[in-house]
Structures are given as structure tokens and as C-alpha cells.
Design a protein around this ligand. Structure first.
Ligand code: GLC
Length: 549
């Protein structure tokens, strides 16, 4: 078993990380060029988002051939060189398996469209009249989740874009095809896998309308999902690799099963409830200020629930589907540096394996696009139209996109303050925020107080301390909305993590033992030995990591 408990994973959105050939798109050789930078962070694994052959309607999450590299990202030789050069630096690669659906350009779907029965059974087709989809389910990217094919007189299911057709996992041939994909990449020497929306793979036997929702309750954590995952892991022999499943709208109980080692499913899970605390009435496209009470409660419930039942979380704020955390739960104008470091402290020392998304370690911000023409993401452009149809003004819709669009996380990595942020010698495929003038790798590498330097220290702390990696967790200040605080401990050691979630000073109300400060985001408090007492103040967005004396 790989030790994923003291590890940190760095996520690369391949299209936006580094362009090696000047076409404006990130590529595999670009990642290889930057391996020394990644090594300098102290991370153990890279999760690389899909680079397989794809029409790119969903930037590669619409795979047309799982066994080939899309020319836009490079060649198979580039992939092999990346794996090898990463390995030489002690970094393992995790590839992204998009197995809930394929692109409609995949050969399997094309043959299904030709009416070949074998391949029609690879997907979820239902008979029906052109005006009446089989169910009322909604696609996660907007509109009905079924598409009618006139020449077949059938509908097919697509929980995402119309060009992403859901696979029929109840067909053993499909499961066998996907196992071959795993074995192919495993043989190339990678160390792990990330499984895209893997808790949606098992659809119900009967398809029925959802009178109260968008249909997700029928196919989320579906009837055979645990069985299919166990089979996949067993038949491909990946139980000893690092695996993480992306779990959409899941439950704690299911996540315990997905990640408890006894079940032999996955090493860990991504769940997203803590990233919906700024959704009004649960709706992504309705704005609300973050509800910190809910955030605290959710993190506590999941941390304690997983601890009690020996499950394991992936802990994270950012990925390629989320806005930037410093713009979202921090203050990227007045307390940019403090709040970015505070949020890092709060999440990274939890019980679980932390994920850092490219640029998060620099405090990269949202894109702040002003015009719809600047957006590239299919979900964003679809929802812009939907919001206008619902009666929102253009300004309102743009304001919502500016806060919620997935493109906020997809702007190119900011390497330096020059043109195109050092990402490409050409023109980047998507606009780069002006703040790359000061938020960039080059300037932060030269500054020992930078957000980058702080992330390096946090990552190192997990490596050095078995308590952070594997100790118990207990929460403190549960009723104080402004503070998020917890202890990590075992029989020998104890750390206390205190964070102020607000831009105000907060007085600590609780008596504390003697602690020494090991890390903090206000330099002055980093004295070798200090202790925090009842009545002390935490400054705006202050974070301190203390070790019990
Ligand atoms: C996951 C991916 C997202 C993609 C979707 C469909 O949520 O992270 O980027 O659009 O699955 O594959």
C-alpha cells in the first residue's frame, strides 16, 4: 500500500499548466518542463486531468479514445517521458479516468449510432416518442438529460453534455473494456488513478420521473456502485495504488464504504458539500455569502464521521471545477496574502490527504471576466443562456458567472509577470488575469514570506509529523462562528490549529495549555516559543499552528 496518509497531491489542469510549443494550450511536455518546480513544493503525486483523444467539448472530460494521447497535448512518447522523469524525482502520476461516459465521438458510440446492437448495449438507450424524453431528469450542464436519435427512434442518456453519453455499467463487456484501460496505463508505470464522477456509474433498473428534483437521487451512489468498484479494483489489481473517486452529491455513509480499506474500493474520496455553503437554496447559479456555520458543521461532521468508521477524505478547496478559494472564502483585495494562507492552514492539516490545485499555492484569484465572450466552459455558456431565459439581466448573469464559473479555476498558471504570464509564447486559449504582474511563481519564489513559501512549509509539516498524517482530530470553538479550530493528536504529540475566518479581530475565549507556535501567517507571532492564552486576539484572517509543550 502506498502511503497516501502523509502525502500531498498536486492537481494539474493540463490545458492550463504550461505550453511547450506556443499553440496557446498546455501540454504534457509543458508539465515535464516544470517538474522541478513541482518537486520544490514537496508534493508526492500529480493528478493530471485528461489528455486523451477528445473533441474537447468539456476540455477532455469527453474522451473519444482512452488509449491515445490527444495531439493537442502531445504524443505517447511525451506521456512516457513525463512518467519517467517524475519518477526520477520521486513523484508519482495519477491519471484521470472518465468512466461514467464517453464522448459521442468514441468509436463505441459511433457504432451504436450505426445501429450495432453490441455497442448500443454499451450505452443507455430507451425507446420513445421524439417529443417525450424517457424521464424528466436534468443534465448537470443544463437542459434535459436525454437526447433523441431520430434514425434509431431512441433516446440516449447524458448526465453531462449532450456529447457525453453515459456508459451502461450493467453490461459486463463495458466493465471489461474499462478494466483494459486501467491495465494499459498501469503498465506505463503510473502510481494511481482519479475516477471522475464515479458514484454515478450505476443507474437504477427502472427509470422514473423525478417529481421533486433533477433526478440525481435515482442515480447517485446507485444500486451496484460498490460492487462494480470492487470488481474493477480486484480485476485490475490496483488495491495497492493511490486511488481517489470524485463523488457527486454523495453521502457520508457511502463515502465510508468507498474508502474504508476493508471494502477494497478506493483510497479516498472527494465530496463537495463544504463547497456548496455559498449556494442559495442549494442552487449553484444563485449567489449567497458563505455560511460559515454550515461550513464548520460540514467539515466537522465529515471529519469525525470518517475518523470513526476508518474512512479517508481527500481534503481540498480548489480544483478545475471550482472558483478560486481566496476570492471565494477569503478576501483577495484587502487580505489577499493573509486569507490565502489562513485557508491553506485550515484545510491542509485536517485528517485526510490534501490536494493543492495549480496556482492555489500562489494565491491565484478568480478571473473577473467582464464579457460572456471571455468564457470558454460549456457549463458556463449553457447556464448564461438559461439564466437569460429565466429573466435575469445580462449584468446579473455575468455577476453570477464571475463568482461561479469553472473558468475561474482554469486560467493559465501564472509563472511570471510577463506577457501571457510565461504560460505560452503564443496566445493563451483563455484570458489571464492582470494580477499575474504580482501573483506569479517567479516573484513568490523570491519572497520568503510568500503564499508559495507558506504552502511549502505546510506540506513539509505533514511529512515530518505522524500526528498530522495519521493522528486523531477533535474540534474546538464549535460555537464560535468566527474561529475554526482543531487539535490533531496521538499519545505522544499534539498540534492545535487556530484560524480566524473573518476580517475582524477575534478574542479567544478558551483557556489553553502551553503551546509553541510552529507556523503562522503573521510573521511577528512566529517567535520560537509563545503561547496563546485566553483573552488573546487573533488578528484578521490569522492562522496559527501550535505544538503542545
Ligand atoms: C467531473 C469533472 C468535470 C467534468 C465532469 C464530467 O465533475 O471534474 O470537469 O465536466 O466530471 O466529466
Amino acid at each position: 500500500m502506498q502511503n497516501f496518509k502523509n502525502s500531498t497531491v498536486y492537481q494539474i489542469y493540463t490545458k492550463s499548466f504550461m505550453d511547450s510549443d506556443g499553440d496557446g494550450l498546455g501540454d504534457l511536455s509543458g508539465v515535464t518542463m516544470k517538474l522541478d518546480y513541482i518537486k520544490s513544493l514537496g508534493v508526492d503525486y500529480i493528478w493530471l486531468t485528461p489528455f486523451f483523444v477528445s473533441p474537447m467539448n468539456d476540455n477532455g472530460y469527453d474522451v473519444a479514445d482512452y488509449l491515445s494521447v490527444d495531439p493537442a497535448f502531445g504524443t505517447m512518447a511525451d506521456a512516457e517521458r513525463l512518467i519517467q522523469e517524475a519518477e526520477e524525482r520521486g513523484i508519482g502520476l495519477m491519471f484521470d479516468m472518465v468512466f461514467n461516459h464517453t464522448s459521442t465521438e468514441h468509436e463505441w458510440f459511433q457504432r451504436a449510432m450505426n445501429g450495432e446492437e453490441k455497442y448500443m448495449n454499451y450505452y443507455i438507450f430507451r425507446d420513445g416518442e421524439p417529443e417525450e424524453p424517457p424521464t424528466s431528469w436534468e443534465s448537470k450542464f443544463g437542459g434535459n438529460a436525454w437526447e433523441y436519435v431520430p434514425h434509431l427512434k431512441k433516446w440516449y442518456l447524458h448526465l453531462f453534455d449532450v456529447t457525453q453519453a453515459d456508459l451502461n455499467w450493467d453490461n459486463p463487456e463495458v466493465r471489461d473494456e474499462l478494466k483494459k484501460v486501467i491495465l494499459f496505463w498501469k503498465e506505463k508505470g503510473i502510481k494511481g488513478f482519479r475516477f471522475d464522477v464515479v458514484n454515478l456509474i450505476s443507474k437504477p433498473e427502472q427509470f422514473e420521473n423525478d417529481e421533486t428534483g433533477d433526478g440525481r437521487r435515482f442515480y447517485t451512489d446507485g444500486p451496484h456502485v460498490h460492487e462494480y468498484l470492487q470488481e474493477l479494483v480486484r480485476d485490475t489489481g490496483i488495491a495497492d495504488m493511490v486511488t481517489v473517486g470524485e463523488m457527486s452529491s454523495t453521502s457520508l455513509d457511502n463515502c465510508i464504504r468507498y474508502s474504508n480499506p476493508d471494502e477494497q474500493e478506493l483510497s479516498m474520496v472527494f465530496s463537495f458539500h463544504h463547497l456548496k455553503v455559498d449556494y442559495k437554496d442549494g442552487q449553484k447559479w444563485e449567489l449567497k455569502a458563505p455560511d460559515y456555520r454550515e461550513l464548520k458543521q460540514l467539515l466537522e461532521t465529515w471529519q469525525l464521521g470518517m475518523q470513526e468508521a476508518n474512512g479517508w477524505n481527500a481534503v481540498f478547496w480548489c480544483n478545475h471545477d471550482q472558483p478560486r478559494i481566496v476570492s471565494r472564502f477569503g478576501d483577495d483585495k484587502n487580505y489577499w496574502k493573509e486569507s490565502a494562507k489562513m485557508l491553506a492552514t485550515m484545510i491542509q492539516l485536517l485528517r485526510g490527504t490534501p490536494y493543492v490545485f495549480q496556482g492555489e499555492e500562489l494565491g491565484m484569484t478568480n478571473a473577473y471576466y467582464q464579457d460572456i465572450s471571455e468564457y470558454r466552459d460549456v457549463e458556463s455558456t449553457n447556464y448564461y443562456e438559461i439564466m437569460l431565459r429565466q429573466g435575469k439581466t445580462k449584468e446579473e448573469a455575468l455577476k453570477i458567472l464571475a463568482a461561479r464559473s469553472r473558468d475561474n479555476g482554469r486560467t493559465p498558471m501564472q509563472w511570471n509577470g510577463e506577457k501571457e504570464a510565461g504560460f505560452t509564447t503564443g496566445k493563451a486559449w483563455i484570458g489571464i488575469p492582470d494580477n499575474h504582474a504580482h501573483i506569479n511563481v517567479q516573484s513568490e519564489e523570491a519572497d520568503e514570506d510568500s503564499i508559495l513559501a507558506y504552502y511549502q512549509k505546510l506540506i513539509a509539516l505533514r511529512k515530518e509529523s505522524t500526528v498530522i498524517a495519521d493522528g486523531q482530530i477533535e474540534f474546538m470553538y464549535q460555537d464560535c462562528l468566527d474561529v475554526f479550530a482543531y487539535r490533531r493528536f496521538d499519545e505522544r504529540e499534539e498540534y492545535l490549529i487556530l484560524t480566524n475566518l473573518t476580517d475582524k479581530e477575534v478574542r479567544l475565549e478558551q483557556e489553553m495549555d502551553q503551546y509553541a507556535v510552529v507556523l503562522g501567517n503573521y510573521a511577528a507571532k512566529e517567535a520560537p516559543v509563545t503561547n496563546m492564552r485566553c483573552g488573546d486576539m487573533l488578528r484578521p484572517y490569522e492562522a496559527v499552528v501550535l505544538k503542545k509543550l
